[in-house]
Write a protein that binds this ligand. Structure first.
Ligand SMILES: Nc1nc2c(c(=O)[nH]1)N[C@H]1C(S)=C(S)[C@@H](COP(=O)(O)O)O[C@H]1N2
Ligand SMILES: [Mo]
Length: 406
């Protein structure tokens, strides 16, 4: 176990405050030890407009992840929130001319709203929820799989303000035979061969009271990179459904057939038996990815840390799941032989990050494997070994962090 680990020689955690824009382009940031070497080498901090330096995964389309330190806060700041796009043309939407249309063969009264009407015509609600990319931690898959090689930072937790999708749908009259609702955003493909990014939800998830069209994030308008002026919020479900720059809502009596529903964003049949189903998109091979699996991230210690014998070490971080809420986070400092309960922090709702903290008295000298494992309110827990799947989704392996006590 200990031999499998190596220390992160030469990769330091920079003090974020000390980063000038110029220095940031050449400073390496902490990245998980399991990350593929090529991805780690490519993962420099870069500044894009309106954001603090983020870890660059690709420029076209823009894919940038949040450095670990920002997860020390339960809420991820807007300017540190990760950015994920499938298409290179990031829209610069003019809010004065922006409209969202509601239609489709299973909508009885098509409608259209401008920004003011959307805010005025429906009750405004707020909710804290995690947006996590399905492929978060894909770069830590062994064997490696194709796709953006994310470390741990393709996720964020924000307070979203908006209107309920179900209120908007109700006003258009949802027909009895509606089975899915499709969503399109203002971004379109740069090349005609690339399929436009359009997604759908099963009708019950679209009508769930927690599914929102959000226009504010942490008390501010959505940043351009995160879907200005309005985006879908699907708490508990992975980021792929959180369509940004939302322009079209399509109430459907038939399943949406496109690249982004199948073959993209699929999980193999039977591998993740606990996740929510999506009946109209299932086949013998599998189903779309749906809700997030229970997971945690340790933010206070990392591989290769050296602590003094007798020191009290804070093993802390955040835990989250697909919306059942976190029951407990357990910590082991003896390679998993015994486990103790961490203290859970502030509860901002079942869709939010939940902070945890454990005081470890480091009395035994030598290399020590600190393990952390979260369990949700349905009794689901992080897995001891990776559940391999070809798209690199649902990485929620129990953390194993090697610390040297000297
Ligand atoms: N319009 C649009 N919306 C989108 C995407 C996209 O490419 N275009 N990507 C989705 C995916 S896969 C994720 S993980 C989230 C990421 O949200 P963020 O960029 O605000 O962090 O947006 C989703 N919404
Ligand atoms: Mo994603």
């Amino acid at each position: 176990m200990v031999d499998r680990r190596r220390f992160l020689a030469g990769i330091a955690v920079p003090a974020l405050s000390s980063l000038s824009p110029i220095a940031s382009a050449v400073t390496r940031v902490w990245q998980p030890e399991e990350l593929a070497e090529g991805a780690a080498a490519e993962g420099y901090l870069e500044r894009i407009a309106g954001k603090v330096p983020l870890i660059k995964r690709s420029y076209r389309p823009p894919n940038f992840e949040t450095p670990l330190d920002y997860y020390k806060n339960i809420i991820t700041p807007n300017d540190a929130f990760f950015v994920r796009y499938h298409l290179s043309g990031v829209p610069d939407v003019n809010v004065k001319t922006w409209r969202v249309k509601v239609g489709g063969d299973a909508a009885q009264h098509p409608a259209e709203y401008d920004f003011a009407a959307l805010k005025r015509d429906f009750p405004v609600v707020e909710m804290v929820a995690v947006c996590q990319c399905s492929g978060n931690r894909r770069g830590m898959f062994a064997p490696h799989v194709q796709g953006v090689e994310w470390g741990v930072g393709a996720m964020g937790n924000a307070r979203w303000k908006g209107v309920r999708l179900r209120d908007v749908l109700a006003k258009s009259g949802v027909a009895k035979d509606a089975i899915e609702v499709g969503f399109n955003g203002a971004d379109g493909p740069a090349l005609p061969v690339t399929p436009d990014f359009v997604k759908s939800l099963p009708i019950d998830r679209a009508l769930d009271e927690n599914t929102l069209i959000a226009f504010e994030m942490n008390g501010k308008p959505l940043p351009r990179w995160n879907g200005f002026p309005a985006r879908l919020i699907v708490p508990g479900w992975t980021g792929t459904y959180w369509v940004k720059h939302l322009t079209d809502i399509d109430v459907r009596s038939k399943p949406l057939v496109n690249f982004w529903m199948n073959p993209a964003y699929r999980i193999p049949a039977g591998k993740f038996p606990q996740v929510a189903r999506f009946p109209s998109q299932e086949n013998a091979a599998g189903q779309p990815i749906t809700d997030m699996v229970v997971n945690s991230l340790v933010t206070t210690i990392h591989d290769g840390l050296r602590v003094h014998r007798g020191q009290v070490v804070d093993v802390g971080g955040i835990a989250w799941d697909g919306g059942h809420g976190i029951r407990d986070v357990m910590v082991s400092v003896d390679s998993g032989q015994s486990w103790q309960k961490a203290q859970l922090g502030r509860d901002l709702g079942r869709f939010s990050f939940r902070p945890f903290s454990f005081k470890w008295h480091a009395t035994q000298p030598g290399p020590t494997v600190v393990m952390v494992k979260a369990t949700n309110n349905r009794g689901e827990t992080q897995v001891p070994e990776l559940i391999f799947n070809p798209a690199g989704y649902h990485h929620n392996v129990v953390s194993r962090i090697m610390v040297e006590v000297a």
